[in-house]
Design a binder for this molecule. Structure first.
Ligand code: AMP
Ligand code: GLY
Length: 420
């Protein structure tokens, strides 16, 4: 069976790699992919927001299953676009993708079904917001509604910071803002919790912890993720049950009541405090770099999982994992998450010995005449699996040293809470 994967990050390289191991796989097309996917699939350069163009590629290459990596095409309705065709598309439809596309939509579901989350208020203009902020306790969290690539969240230590955030949002920093969400600051430790569902059956898809801040010690600006480890140190049977019963199931039930069926991966970003889960946000896709960290532990056939999810027979597929520890480190271009240079040559990739437990997934890379160049802020992901996190991190760092890319930087302390 020929398969297409939409996206160009480390997440999509990891999905491509996993699918390439399936016995039933035919050709894999990455749209547009990166220099890493090019080694195991065919890359096709196309704007992923152009659904008509994607449809042409799908037809021309006999693609039967399309897997959507990033949130934007999902929120824009790519699943609905292919609805009345014979192409299977893995991911939630436009209505279901509001869980990520609109923080206010999600908060309203939380409110109605008593899902544990930060207390919140919704405000329509600067004046209302500031009146509320005058009387609030600090720190307080302010969020722009809508997709903002992880940048629409402000954690404010005092009123001055909060006023600045409100001004930025209503002055158009994230597009035409009609609403802001002001919410209680949750204290605790973050965890990424994943499930896959076909609309009826729910299967857990592992846990991870992601380091979002750019500098060691979890300092500096927020990024897309500098590294992750799986499983999360926080997960246990009791907590897992609470997450499913108090958060995941009521959400899917709430959607059903709106006549929305959720299919695909669902990623709950959680704050855990005293073994109690609180929902921070939903994402309607796998995490990045969590996906790269989790998938190498999968022992089942990923193509079977996607197909049974699309067909509504997920229950028949057993999803099994090895019980090792996985850790990923993201090698970034100097300057990220602010300005960074592009088109920098990356040498030595062939010197890195890769196997099922030592992997290098590409993200912001491109191949030009046999040369590999960086084109993004997050460039490569070094993922290692071992019996313990310490060994996994040691091997990932050894590989980064072998690459010896002097235009890059990375955090040496990924997983410090489970290692040091
Ligand atoms: P989000 O885009 O909603 O995931 O927010 C980005 C990051 O901001 C999260 O990963 C948390 O680290 C932090 N954050 C968001 N909401 C809250 C909250 N209510 N309390 C504490 N931290 C938060
Ligand atoms: N690692 C965070 C995200 O994928 O949103």
């Amino acid at each position: 069976m020929n398969v297409g994967i939409i996206g160009s990050g480390g997440r999509e390289h990891a999905i491509t790699f996993s699918l390439s191991k399936s016995k039933k796989i035919g050709k894999i097309f990455c749209i547009p992919g990166n220099a890493g996917t090019e080694n195991i699939a065919k890359n096709i350069k196309v704007n992923i927001n152009d659904f008509k163009k994607i449809e042409e590629i799908v037809k021309k290459n006999n693609i039967e299953l399309l897997i959507i990596g990033p949130e934007k095409p999902l929120v824009d309705g790519i699943v609905d676009f292919f609805q009345n065709t014979n192409i299977k598309v893995f991911g939630p439809n436009k209505a279901a993708s509001q869980l990520e596309g609109s923080k206010i939509f999600t908060k309203k579901i939380c409110e109605k079904y008593k899902i544990p989350t930060a207390k919140f208020g919704i405000f329509q203009n600067i004046k209302e917001s500031k009146n509320y902020l005058e009387k609030s306790n600090y720190p307080i969290v302010i969020k722009a509604d809508g997709l903002a690539s992880g940048k629409g969240v402000y954690i404010n230590r005092n009123k001055d910071e909060a006023f600045k955030a409100i001004n930025e949002i209503f002055n158009g920093k994230f597009g035409d803002a009609k609403n802001v969400l002001i919410e209680e600051f949750l204290d605790g430790e973050e965890m990424s919790f994943f499930i896959i569902t076909d609309g009826n059956h729910i299967e857990n898809f592992e846990t991870a912890q992601d380091h979002k801040r750019v500098y060691e010690g979890d300092k500096g600006k927020n990024t897309g993720g500098m590294g992750a480890y799986s499983p999360s140190r926080l997960i246990n049977e009791k907590l897992e049950k609470k997450i499913i019963e108090k958060i995941i199931k009521p959400t899917l039930f709430g959607l059903k009541n709106l006549e929305i069926t959720y299919k695909g991966f669902l990623y709950a970003g959680l704050m855990i405090k005293n073994n109690e889960p609180y929902l921070i946000e939903y994402n309607v896709r796998m995490g990045d770099p969590e996906c790269q960290t989790i998938l190498p532990k999968l022992e089942s056939d990923l193509l079977d999982i996607f197909l049974t999810c699309c067909d509504g027979s997920l229950k028949e597929t057993k999803i099994s994992w090895n019980n090792k520890k996985s850790l990923s480190i993201v090698l970034c271009s100097k300057g990220y998450p602010d300005e960074y240079k592009k088109n920098i040559l990356i040498k030595n990739l062939e010197k890195i010995k890769q196997d099922q437990e030592n992997l290098c997934f590409h993200a912001g890379t491109i191949k030009e005449l046999d040369k590999i160049m960086s084109i993004g802020g997050r460039v490569l992901n070094f993922v290692c699996i071992a019996d313990n996190f310490n060994e996994a991190r040691k091997r990932a760092i050894d590989n980064i040293n072998i690459l010896n890319w002097d235009k890059g930087f990375y955090r040496k302390d990924i997983g410090y809470k489970v290692i040091d």
